[in-house]
Ligand binder design. Structure first.
Ligand SMILES: Nc1ncnc2c1ncn2[C@@H]1O[C@H](COP(=O)(O)OP(=O)(O)O)[C@@H](O)[C@H]1O
Ligand SMILES: [Mg+2]
Length: 305
């Protein structure tokens, strides 16, 4: 396994020795992140001074109710969008100072995304879906093909590689999505509600897969955002976000207790007395955002006609 890791690391954007040097430092440091979205005249503060960090070789789970800023945070780490203020250090380099070209290069070489809504292309087979991002970036060497084979082996779907998404279960599709996110051998894997659409058996499979990815590739950093308390089972580190800021960083002891607790009754998020009201409010806000977006789309279509 080691041999494969070293071989693959020769192709990463930042060389392996650079990340090993900073082993005791967190891989990712986010400092006082502020992100404000504007909707017409209304400003929505999605991140309000969020500070946290993430270690290489670990799965960090960030939990929080709908609308608290989880997706926004992932988009910022993944270089899909920019903060209004604050810093994001990756291996000590501040990506907030990157030019658009540098940011695109960073995104393409260092980041793998796994989304809630299974984002496979229906016309392509499982294997083609995994190969697609590589073919687009023109980096499909024989070595990389071997890696894909290894990935299919890890996700346990080698025999399914010629199947199309509609011939696969939700859990299998999400495992293929994870393999597709890994195909480019990114340092950082960002998962947005990866178990959101899955039944409990598929969910366990996906959690098991993410867990084995970090075991087999300890040079990776996995961040999962979700409102699903079950994900604590695979967390090495866990934060809780509320209203755009970290409201709790679970200590190792708390996390251990949480993992040992039998049911969701002991879940931190459910102990918060004001939470129900807040969740309702945030969900309402999110819903109004979705409706507004839909109206905008309809307007655009009408305009185009
Ligand atoms: N592109 C956008 N434009 C305007 N508001 C947005 C946009 N994206 C997110 N928001 C708002 O920012 C807040 C945080 O959203 P988000 O990060 O998607 O939360 P979560 O992923 O935790 O549900 C919400 O109030 C949401 O409506
Ligand atoms: Mg979200």
């Amino acid at each position: 396994m080691m041999e494969t890791n070293n071989k693959l690391n020769n192709n990463t954007y930042i060389p392996q020795n650079q990340s090993v040097e900073s082993e005791s430092q967190p891989k990712i440091i986010i400092n006082d992140a502020i992100k404000i979205y504007k909707r017409g005249k209304i400003e929505v503060v999605a991140l309000r001074g969020l500070t946290c960090d993430f270690n290489q070789g670990e799965i960090t789970v960030i939990m929080g109710p709908s609308g608290c800023g989880k997706t926004t945070l992932l988009n910022m780490i993944g270089g899909l969008d920019r903060l209004n203020s604050g810093n994001i250090l990756i291996d000590g380099r501040n990506i907030c100072h990157f030019s658009d070209t540098e940011l695109e290069k960073y995104r393409r070489h260092k980041i793998g995304f796994v989304f809630q809504f299974l984002n496979l292309i229906p016309e392509l087979t499982a294997e083609e879906n995994i190969l697609l991002p590589l073919e687009l970036s023109g980096t499909l060497s024989n070595e990389r093909r071997e890696f894909i084979k290894e990935l299919l082996d890890i996700i346990g779907l080698e025999e399914r590689k010629t199947h199309r998404p509609d011939e696969l279960s939700g859990g299998e599709q999400q495992r293929i999505s994870i393999a597709a996110a890994l195909a480019n051998n990114p340092d950082i894997i960002l998962c947005d509600e990866p178990t959101g659409e899955l039944d409990s058996q598929s969910k366990n499979m996906v959690m098991g897969l993410l867990h084995s990815v970090i075991e087999k590739f300890p040079d990776k950093t996995i961040i999962i955002v979700s409102h699903d308390p079950d994900l604590k089972k695979i967390a090495d580190k866990m934060y809780y976000i509320r209203d755009g800021a970290i409201s709790h960083h679970f200590s190792k002891k708390e996390l251990k207790e949480l993992k040992n607790s039998s049911s969701e009754q002991n879940d931190f998020s459910l102990q918060d007395p004001n939470r129900a009201q807040e969740v309702a409010l945030l969900e309402l806000r999110e819903l109004s955002h979705i409706i507004n977006e839909k109206i905008k789309k309809i307007d655009k279509n009408l305009h185009a006609q």
